[in-house]
Design a protein around this ligand. Structure first.
Ligand code: P5A
Length: 451
């Protein structure tokens, strides 16, 4: 993309409404624009990252054997009356009447709707296990929407639902989700720690939240610092293997890590004192096992062999897709702007032309652009007639991990400059070598094709 043809409405000033750095940087980098409280338009740069994150979520869900579908945002109240949650959910649910006076709602989550799909189409235990998921907009009329996309009213969630014959099978589904979530967050350059939590309005008492440690996080968390040494890495996991998934769950959840809702002071005090941590975190996902809560209420049953129909065991599993942008920025920024991890960056690298209009510089930038594009990469070429300082400031603000700087002086010596946004280190090398290096970097970070 040539910047002169792109739509990147960066702000020079710090927006006064933004209280935390990720919100401020998303506004300044022209990623989002508030439409009303907790509701945002996703401008091209923000949309690009959102779709990258969504792409990683899809890839990892499908890798785990989960099946994508798409349910609507608008739901009929009847389903929620069947489960009993229509009254229980309270004021967070946006209730709407259609022209016929029918009670509708903008879905805050989809347990009822997916259970309705299941009961309509599945009756044989042979169709189990089954996990269906979608990535769809949700609405929760949060009393205090704040921090930009962190706590929105309209937000994008990946929500998945498992259907299993027995509790044992459903716990394997739970473990499988935990494993796939660890992989998912690490691909985005994040450490998200599973912590025992509370079921809240979704239900069930077996649930973990995934938390990214950050001072601006809304949750208070208590943990053994040894959990921060755990990484999933590039291990290959057989998602069908009960033992392997159980092993990962035990590795990542045995040490003490809890949100304030489930915190147990006595257990916490058993951790060696120098490893006890009280901190704040951003909840980027949550997994639940709630047994037959919805299947019983809505009559989602299967017949095991020749026995009588039995309600299926279920769980639900959510990733805060739009919230992740905020969490990633909270964990990756400096005073000059965002520093995208390679896995989610909107463009793979920036090309800065120091002297637009200079024949050699223009030609070299065009060649770089073509070479990177031919390699399947997505560069952002700042071809505007601007001074170098302004171009660097924009690149730093929007946070592309790599920048190639091209100027007539360097070209005389056959070199361009390659700069890492994260370390600030630069090296001079031949344009072909810069391209080769960027191609090499992204070999380890396969990113879904973006927009
Ligand atoms: C699990 C999937 C559920 O709703 N039902 C379907 C279960 N869980 S949850 O924890 O309530 O939400 C899942 C994730 O969505 C994100 N999230 C939000 N993101 C932005 N703004 C909000 N207001 C908001 N509310 C929830 C969180 O990341 C949460 O973990």
């Amino acid at each position: 993309m040539r910047l002169s043809r792109y739509f990147l409405p960066v702000l020079k000033e710090n927006p006064s409404e933004a209280q935390i750095v990720s919100h401020r940087l998303m506004l300044r980098a022209g990623m989002i624009k508030q439409s009303s409280a907790g509701i945002y338009s996703w401008l091209p740069l923000g949309f690009k990252v959102l779709k990258k994150i969504e792409g990683i979520v899809h890839e990892e869900q499908m890798r785990a054997g989960h099946i994508p579908l798409l349910m609507p945002t608008m739901q009929p109240a009847e389903l929620w009356k069947e489960s009993g949650r229509y009254d229980d959910y309270g004021e967070e649910m946006l209730r709407i009447n259609d022209r016929h006076g029918r009670d509708m709602l903008f879905g805050p989550t989809n347990e009822e709707m997916i259970t309705d799909i299941f009961r309509a189409h599945v009756s044989s235990y042979k169709d189990l296990p089954l996990t269906l998921y979608h990535v769809q907009w949700k609405f929760r009329d949060e009393i205090r929407p704040r921090f930009g996309v962190m706590r929105g009213r309209e937000f994008l969630m990946k929500d998945g639902y498992n259907f299993d014959l027995t509790k044992e099978d459903a716990l394997h589904s739970y473990n499988r989700h935990l494993v796939s979530y660890l992989r998912t967050y690490e691909r985005m350059g994040l450490q998200a720690i599973p912590m025992r939590a509370d079921g809240g309005p979704i239900g069930g008492d077996y649930t973990h939240e995934f938390l990214v440690l950050a001072e601006t996080g809304e949750s208070e968390v208590f943990y053994d610092s040894a959990v921060t040494d755990l990484t999933f890495g590039d291990r290959e996991i057989d998602y069908d293997s009960v033992e392997e998934c159980q092993g990962v769950l035990e590795e990542f959840t045995t040490k003490y890590a809890r949100t304030d809702e489930t915190h147990d002071e006595a257990l916490f005090n058993e951790i060696p004192e120098d490893r006890r941590r009280v901190a704040r975190g951003i909840e980027v996902g949550q997994i639940f096992y709630f047994g037959t809560k919805y299947s019983e209420a809505l009559g989602a049953t299967v017949q095991p062999g020749d026995g009588k129909p039995e309600p299926v065991h279920m769980g639900s599993h959510g990733i805060g897709v739009s919230r992740l942008l905020g969490a990633i920025i909270e964990a990756n920024h400096d005073d000059n702007g965002i520093i995208w991890p390679e896995g989610v960056t909107p463009f793979h690298c920036g090309i800065v032309n120091l002297k637009q209009g200079d024949e050699a510089a223009d030609g070299a930038c065009d060649d770089l652009y073509k070479a990177l594009t031919a390699a399947g990469l997505d560069p952002l070429y700042d071809d505007r007639k601007e001074r170098a300082g302004g171009k660097f400031a924009t690149m730093d603000l929007i946070g592309l991990p790599w920048r190639i700087t091209v100027g007539p002086r360097g070209l005389k010596n056959g070199v361009v400059e390659l700069t890492s946004r994260r370390t600030g280190e630069s090296e001079e090398l031949a344009p072909e070598a810069a391209v080769a290096k960027i191609i090499e970097v992204y070999k380890d970070h396969p990113t879904p094709r973006g927009f």
